[in-house]
Write a protein that binds this ligand. Structure first.
Ligand code: SAH
Length: 225
């Protein structure tokens, strides 16, 4: 899989992909994450990519032309399954959207800044809009990193234990059960006895019960859907 991220702030995206699981996924050749500086596609000598809003009002707007040029250059290289604009009013990111995107070959994530992008970008150049929640960030970079992380960890071979993504919250419509590690007792705080029982069937049953119980308490909406 390949994920191309278009941004005016490429430095913001250096961190998330340079360590741990996301770094290893790239080293193993399971995914390529490429960050593109939109300024390289600017048409003016100041390399600016934004301008004042027509009709006035506070805040700059990202111009259509550099974005179009950047997308054209990328599309000349390969076919993209989706060109996604990160936007607070987009479709809310869920595990099922992450699952769906993890089955694609090539994705573009477009990060907005300031007031966002010229509406014509949204009308003509993108295929989908995704939000990571009902709050406003200063830019789309962190949101794009969230989408990329959620997608990449699902790719086969990325997590060491191939089944482990399947036992995470939301995959089966439930949140995850609690987990414990050594020591079995700390400051008098003990681990549920069943986990030390060595009885796989009982342990599995307990995990399932805990997951249902937690979902009822924390995310009852998942049980109704
Ligand atoms: N004026 C816009 C907000 C712009 S925020 C509005 O009111 O809708 C600047 C950029 O940050 C956006 O273009 C988008 O790319 C990104 N962004 C902000 N909040 C986001 C969220 N919740 N999910 C995804 N992207 C977000």
């Amino acid at each position: 899989m390949r994920i191309d991220i278009i941004t005016t702030l490429p430095k913001l995206l250096e961190g998330p992909f340079s360590d741990s699981i996301l770094k290893r996924a790239q080293q193993k050749g399971l995914v390529t994450v490429a960050v593109h500086d939109l300024r390289a596609y600017s048409t003016n000598k100041h390399r600016s990519t934004d301008d004042y809003a027509f009709g006035g009002g506070a805040g700059m707007v990202m111009m259509v032309e550099p974005i179009d040029r950047c997308l054209t250059a990328l599309r000349a290289e390969r076919t993209y399954d989706e060109v996604i604009y990160m936007s607070p009013d987009g479709e809310l990111l869920t595990q099922s959207i992450a699952n769906e995107l993890s089955l694609k070959q090539n994705l573009i994530l477009l990060c907005g800044h300031y007031k966002g992008v010229d509406e014509r970008v949204r009308q003509h150049l993108i295929t989908r809009e995704i939000s990571i929640g009902d709050y406003v960030l200063s830019g789309g970079e962190l949101a794009a990193a969230v989408v990329a992380d959620a997608v990449i960890r699902l790719l086969p071979g990325v997590l060491n234990d191939e089944t482990s993504a399947l036992t995470d919250s939301f995959q089966d419509g439930l949140v995850a059960p609690p987990v414990y590690t050594r020591p079995a007792e700390y400051k008098g705080w003990s681990v549920p006895e069943v986990l030390l029982s060595g009885n796989p069937a009982r342990i599995e049953e307990w995990k399932q019960e805990q997951a249902v119980e937690r979902t009822r308490k924390r995310r009852p909406n998942l049980l109704n859907d």
